[in-house]
Design a protein around this ligand. Structure first.
Ligand code: AHR
Length: 505
């Protein structure tokens, strides 16, 4: 059996993991809201129409922040349509997803739902069809205590206390031709700076995310970030990154290596942020909000054929395979490897729409395959992120060249005295032997070794068979003579949890 070697040492510290690295995203799109988190009349809905079975699965994920209401949707959204008496709310054409939006769920419902889900909102403002005025009114409605038109309207609508929304996105993917109100980098840079200024005048405590490129393949990638930050450097805290990967050609080796592209993407944006900082002789660093990431390709073709102008049609309902879960694991590792600069990240999305959680309208809900790596990372990947300097066998790929079979990172929770290693074995060949130099943690022992493997890369979880792909605790990791030894099965997701002293088995 070939060996992969790693080093576990506190000196390899990358940075503190911001809990918001485990954020997610709910857009007014398909059945994410209607039939997803909100389904009045469902047997498990509470008095506000929030599905409690879905809430339970979300709370288990410990998602600290949820982006809302879009996505592409936000660029045509009038937030005022979603407040006040429900029967008076207008039905509108949503041009982004060619659906009818009933506005039965809006910002007040979202704020209430967030409290129930034990999460914080990351609210996006519309900089497609709207601008400074709508954004300053929205923040006044949400965050001003009272005594003004919009804050008093919030109170009249039943929310006596301000929603206190701290984190805001200045539009969505404004470089994309598919976006309503697409802008050049200069147009967007100026508009987002002026919007940011006005929003901060209403509430100086907020944090703001400027739109980066829609993905690293955009022709203006790099130049866009540079120009936008040139305009907004003093007014914003983060720049956004979005990426989705797919495997339409069924090339597993290439697909599982896509997280290397994510690494490169992050490192390029960090370089641009720092270049702008240097040129401006700036004092603060602009950090990264990777506020859309996931696998997305299964439904792209069928969604194109969907009948337009339906209410909450089943759009983007990718049914995730075991193979997809492996890449999601690699992407989580990529985020953790850049925890010093990626402070917010949102798995896109949360329920039904390219999501870890799936529901049947009127029926049950279940965990997709990708739920599990996210669950493990969110629960155990807290504290400080540690590089592990993996040296592993490689395989050749047409796009990435020599791809390391093992992708890995560790986190150290000093308070709980736990050390967690996350590792994917991408190898399609054999199992690998892991040898970890544990000299940095001489008195740690293995608490558990979780693995997720499956003989069929295309295996999925469904309503009828929800547990086809699930993790187990059958891994063989152990500490022997100062070494962490384990077998990483071929094509597997591994979570090896160590604890100070001898508490584990
Ligand atoms: O998450 C689905 C869509 O992907 C979002 O609406 C958009 O921002 C991105 O292109």
């Amino acid at each position: 059996m070939d060996t992969a070697r790693i080093t576990l040492n506190e000196e390899l510290r990358i940075g503190d993991v911001d809990p918001r690295l485990y954020g997610s995203f709910v857009e007014h799109l398909g059945r994410a809201v209607y039939g997803g988190i909100f389904e009045p009349g469902h047997p498990l809905a509470d008095e506000d129409g929030f599905r409690q079975d879905v809430l339970e699965l979300i709370r288990a994920l410990r998602v600290p922040i949820v982006r809302y209401p879009g996505g592409n949707f936000v660029s045509g959204y009038n937030w005022e349509d979603g407040i006040g008496p429900r029967e008076q709310r207008p039905r509108r054409l949503d041009l982004a997803w060619r659906a009818v939006e009933t506005n039965q769920f809006g910002v007040d419902e979202f704020a209430a739902w967030c409290r129930r889900a034990r999460t914080e909102p990351l609210l996006a403002v519309n900089l497609g069809t709207r601008g400074v005025d709508a954004a300053r009114n929205l923040i006044e409605y949400c965050n001003h205590p009272g005594g003004s038109y919009w804050s008093d309207l919030r109170k009249a609508n039943g929310a006596a206390e301000p929603h206190g929304i701290k984190s805001w996105c200045l539009g969505n993917e404004m470089d994309g031709p598919w976006q309503i109100g697409q802008k050049s980098a200069d147009e967007y840079g100026r508009l987002s700076r002026e919007t940011a200024k006005a929003m901060r005048w209403v509430d100086p405590e907020i944090e703001l995310v400027a739109c980066g490129s829609s993905n690293s393949g955009m022709p203006t990638f790099g130049a866009w970030e540079h120009t936008v930050l040139d305009h907004t450097y003093d007014q914003v805290d983060y720049i956004s990154l979005h990426t989705y990967y797919g495997n339409p050609q069924r090339d597993t080796g290439n697909f599982l290596a896509k997280s290397l592209d994510m690494d490169r993407f992050i490192e390029s944006v960090v370089a641009i942020c720092d270049a702008v900082k240097g040129r401006k002789r700036g004092k603060k660093s602009i950090n990264l909000s990777f506020d859309e990431w996931n696998v997305w390709f299964h439904t792209k073709e069928s969604d194109r054929r969907m009948e337009p102008w339906q209410v909450a049609p089943p759009q983007l309902e990718d049914c995730y395979t075991f193979e997809d879960a492996l890449l999601v694991g690699c992407m989580l590792i990529s985020l953790l490897k850049h925890a010093d600069r990626v402070k917010i990240a949102c798995l896109a999305q949360l329920v039904n729409v390219i999501a870890p959680i799936q529901t049947a309208t009127g029926g049950g809900c279940w965990r997709q395959t990708i739920y599990y790596p996210f669950y493990h990372a969110s629960r155990f990947g807290r504290g400080a992120a540690l590089r592990v300097n993996a040296v592993s066998p490689t395989y050749d790929d047409r796009e990435f060249g020599a791809v390391p079979c093992v992708e890995a990172v560790a986190t150290l929770d000093s308070d709980a005295e736990t050390l967690t290693l996350f590792a994917v074995n991408r190898s399609m060949g054999d199992d690998l032997r892991l040898e970890g130099d544990l000299r940095g943690f001489p008195d740690y022992s293995v608490l558990e070794h979780i693995t997720m493997t499956h003989p069929d890369l295309q295996a999925v979880n469904t309503l009828q068979n929800p547990d086809t792909v699930t993790p187990g605790v059958g891994g063989n990791a152990a500490v022997e003579g100062g070494l962490l030894l384990a077998t990483l099965p071929r094509l597997s997701w591994n979570v090896i949890r160590l604890v100070k002293g001898v508490r584990g088995g």
